[in-house]
Design a protein around this ligand. Structure first.
Ligand code: RAM
Length: 886
């Protein structure tokens, strides 16, 4: 039995409107045997239909075990064309799969000249009094024959929602997404064939301020990219007879104000249902009182097709309780700190109001608490039209909340009338981790919810206060964890293109991407290093070489930028740095931990240079590889001179300094022992608690597990008192906090100026849970889990742990359980990969696989006794090892 499944093109299932000229195909093999490898493949691509008679590419039989990222090399792709593709594979057991079900991809507008439409806007923006209203734009049109297919290509300055004949065109939210708008603006493609009617039709759009012109960064800061929202749209209608009709945004469109009086990302929405224009996006609506849309001059060269996955409503949550607080407030509790909004139903008289405010936490007395939101209002105001049952949800805003205070609502408040709508970028869920400790399971849950709430088109620091920005440091700290939980490849590919686009003239990296802070907000170490760490991590986890090709210049520019700083080529000891942000060893009234910033800066300089040298090798840029290897060596020499005493002690007695020195291999083999011993001492002195901030925390448990102190890593993980990962769980957290003590023992808050309860940085422990506790890792040469390492590290306090990961090749699983002195390890390895499994504390003579001795078990190619345990090389399949612990 051999089948090809899960066909993907550019990571997507049947994508519409791509503009990649050489799209990449990936697939998985389905087979129930063990040790299955692909020995050959054939790809066929046909233009226009799935009969595969009109082939534009046929690879023939290619002897190769490659099943991820096969680049299209056929006839040049043309615009607005659907291409079907199918795959056949051969395996090492003599099986042939036959052709797969066809997949397809469709190109968008590949040539910028094909944009015939004009940018249209509204006079609403000319008057400060009306400039927050979301304008409506509409046009009637008619079809002239039987429609074979119809596509809309659309984008906006600001945000847009589209309607055809009274219905929403798509479930994509926050289109066109957030990019570095002055340089890159995405457009979306929609298949609207089924929405068109014979004869008269209408199309309409609503525009919102969004990131483009709304309030962003701090109170009162608006119009960052421009002061007018605008629409650009082309509707291409193709008839059965092959004729085509184009409906373009232009001066013939009409515009008017609508019911949305204000919609702002931070502040919420004000909606007056009395101002609804019923039927406005239907044919024949009387728009004689509407004015003509105004044309706006704005470049179209910056347009690119949608790159990442769209934002959607992903799930719904019902409130679990209605609380009457000591202050007498009526507060809904959704039981989960979530991001999105509340949809509600209401019935009442015309002009009555529903007012909802959103908050993450209650204060220690149980009252509604909004101080940590700073200036973000997070307020929804809905004015009823009074015609019966009304149902509403907001349009161009999102809230970060668990609690909703109902400040006004006509009639009785009934839980069933409220629904939490959870939104985020629609990334495929790929990972899960569970173990015998419920608090740790809640931690994993919180990490995942931190990812949901903060992966909203760009990776943000927080989703609730007046910030919600693409902080580079946070992103690089969390990316490896993110790659386990969900498929984030296209999400980061897009964001990294903005990072490159926003690098300064000197090639520094802004603190936030897209760059919206002032001109001095560039190039902190550990933040700017997102330029190298993020592409490298995507390459590592998905085997994606193209992201390295695309980002190479940006990566190199970043390293060269650092190299030019100060007068010592091999140290980075100048400029501004966030340091070990929020480290617990910082001075009173400071956010910067005690680890010297030049120590951190030089450590990251070395790390980025190492990544760059490795990237150059992967890409076959041998001269660069040699140059950066040399640079790396010199940085290490200087680092040691500057920060390591002749006897091997680190100049900085902090946990974070020791963690970085070990993780980035900055000290020599002899000194490793001492540095490890000193780190353990520092942890002991602190009662087995961490003091690390943003920089040290992601690697703390890794270096302990890798250097003979796995038991201490477990001890840190399982601490429940402050400071620890589980402390916040004992305080009822449902997402990861920004501060170790966001809520203190006595119930008081850390501070109101910077206290997010949904900040993923400390969720970076997730990487250690998957990679060390469960032990799932990819080989560093055969990346993307083409070769898998299963090296679980059980430790005191857990009886079992299991992790699953849907890799490019299929499901990888590692599940161990210890009872008394025996150990069971279940392993799943997908077809077309191989694996190395290390059974910890095992003696070869006692290991059984499904009751059989290793020599008799299928799929195993070799095994040996090592100091760590038994090391087994095997092929695909499901295995279950049992043995007595020695
Ligand atoms: C804050 C956020 C963010 C962090 C920066 C330095 O605004 O907490 O997470 O990266 O500071």
């Amino acid at each position: 039995m051999l089948k090809v499944k899960k066909l993907r093109c550019e990571y997507k299932k049947n994508p519409l409107g791509i503009d990649v000229l050489s799209p990449r195909f990936s697939w998985q093999l389905e087979s129930d045997g063990r040790g299955i490898m692909q020995t050959a493949y054939q790809v066929q691509v046909s233009k226009g239909d799935d009969t595969f008679k009109n082939l534009v590419w046929d690879t023939g039989i290619v002897n190769s075990d490659k099943s991820a990222h096969i680049e299209y090399e056929g006839e040049a792709l043309i615009s607005r064309q659907r291409y079907y593709y199918r795959i056949m594979v051969w395996d090492n057991k003599g099986n042939v799969s036959g052709w797969s079900e066809p997949g397809f991809f469709e190109t968008g507008l590949l040539d910028k000249k094909e944009w015939k439409a004009e940018w249209i806007t509204s006079s609403i923006y000319d008057d400060a009094q009306t400039s927050d209203i979301c304008p409506l734009l509409r046009k009637d049109f008619s079809t002239a024959g039987k429609v074979r297919s119809a596509r809309v290509y659309a984008t906006a300055l600001g945000l847009y929602e589209l309607y055809i004949n009274g219905s929403r065109v798509s479930d994509h939210l926050f289109t066109p997404g957030w990019t570095s708008y002055n340089k890159r603006l995405q457009y979306q493609t929609y298949d609207v064939t089924e929405m068109l009617k014979d004869g008269n039709n209408a199309i309409g759009a609503v525009l919102g301020n969004g990131w483009y012109k709304g309030n962003l960064v701090w109170a009162g800061n608006k119009n960052l990219y421009g002061d007018k929202a605008a629409l650009l749209l082309q509707l291409h209608v193709t008839y059965e007879d092959g004729n085509e009709n184009l409906i373009l945004s232009d001066g013939s469109w009409k515009t008017s104000s609508g019911p949305i009086l204000m919609s702002e990302i931070y502040h919420g929405e004000t909606y007056d249902a009395r101002l609804e224009k019923e039927g406005w996006s239907m044919a024949g609506y009387d728009d004689s009182s509407w004015e003509s849309a105004a044309i706006l001059q704005h470049p179209k060269e910056i347009l690119v097709a949608q790159e990442n996955v769209p934002v959607r409503v992903i799930q719904e949550i019902k409130p679990i309780n209605i609380i009457n607080t000591p202050k007498g407030e009526a507060v809904l509790d959704f039981g989960q700190n979530m991001v999105g909004w509340v949809r509600f139903e209401v019935e009442g008289p015309e002009g009555a109001e529903v007012v909802l405010r959103h908050a993450e936490v209650l204060d220690k007395d149980g009252n509604f608490y909004v101080d940590n939101l700073r200036s973000a209002k997070q307020t929804i105001r809905y004015i009823l039209k009074g015609t019966g049952r009304e149902c509403y949800e907001p349009h161009f805003t999102f809230q970060g909340f668990r609690y909703v205070k109902i400040e006004s609502y006509p009639g009785d408040i009934m839980l069933e009338n409220f629904t939490g709508r959870v939104i985020h970028s629609d990334m495929e869920t790929t990972g899960s981790f569970t173990c015998s400790n419920e608090l740790v399971n809640q931690l994993q849950h919180n990490i995942v919810w931190g990812q949901k709430g903060n992966f909203l088109d760009v990776p943000t620091d927080c989703p609730q206060r007046d910030e919600r920005l693409g902080w580079t440091g946070d992103a690089q700290m969390f990316i490896r964890t993110a790659c386990f939980n969900m498929n984030v490849a296209s999400f980061f590919a897009k964001w990294l293109r903005d990072l490159s686009a926003d690098q300064s003239e000197e090639k520094g990296v802004p603190h936030v991407i897209p760059h919206v802070l002032d001109d001095n907000s560039y190039s902190s170490s550990a933040w700017g290093d997102a330029a190298t760490i993020c592409p490298w991590t995507i390459y590592t986890c998905y085997g994606d070489k193209r992201i390295l090709e695309e980002q190479y210049e940006s990566m190199k520019h970043w390293v060269e930028y650092i190299r030019r700083q100060g007068d010592d080529e091999y140290l980075w000891n100048t400029g501004f740095h966030f340091g070990d942000w929020l480290g617990l060893d910082s001075k009173a009234d400071s956010y910067v931990g005690a680890t010297p910033v030049d120590f951190i800066a030089t450590a990251y300089y070395a790390y980025s240079t190492d990544i760059l040298a490795k990237t150059a090798k992967v890409l076959g840029k041998w001269e660069d590889a040699a140059e950066y290897e040399e640079l790396y060596k010199n940085i290490i020499v200087s680092f040691r001179k500057e920060f390591v005493t002749p006897n091997g002690r680190l100049a900085s007695p902090t946990q974070t300094a020791h963690v970085l020195a070990l993780m980035f291999n900055l000290v020599d083999a002899r000194d490793r022992k001492r540095v490890t011993r000193d780190l353990v001492k520092l942890i002991e002195q602190n009662g087995y608690h961490l003091t690390t901030g943003f920089v040290g925390t992601p690697y703390l448990c890794h270096v302990l597990s890798q250097n003979g102190h796995n038991d201490i890593a477990y001890k840190l993980l399982l601490q429940t008192d402050y400071p620890s990962w589980l402390y916040q769980i004992t305080k009822g957290a449902t997402t990861i906090w920004e501060h170790w003590d966001g809520i203190k023992e006595d119930g008081s808050f850390w501070s109101k100026d910077m206290n997010s309860f949904n900040h993923y940085a400390y969720g970076s422990i997730g990487d250690w849970l998957y990679r060390s506790v469960a032990g799932i890792n990819t080989d560093s040469e055969m990346t993307g889990y083409k070769r898998i390492h299963i090296t679980p590290k059980p430790g005191p306090g857990l009886e079992f742990a299991e992790a699953k990961l849907e890799s490019m090749y299929g499901r990888v699983e590692s599940a161990w359980a210890i009872s008394e002195d025996s150990m069971k390890l279940k392993v799943c390895i997908p077809a077309n990969t191989t694996a190395v499994v290390v059974l910890p504390s095992a003696d070869l003579s006692g290991v059984l696989e499904n009751g059989k001795r290793l020599k008799d078990a299928g799929g195993i190619t070799s095994y040996e006794q090592t100091d760590e345990g038994v090391r087994i090389q095997l092929g695909s399949g499901d295995y279950e090892f049992t043995y007595s612990l020695v």
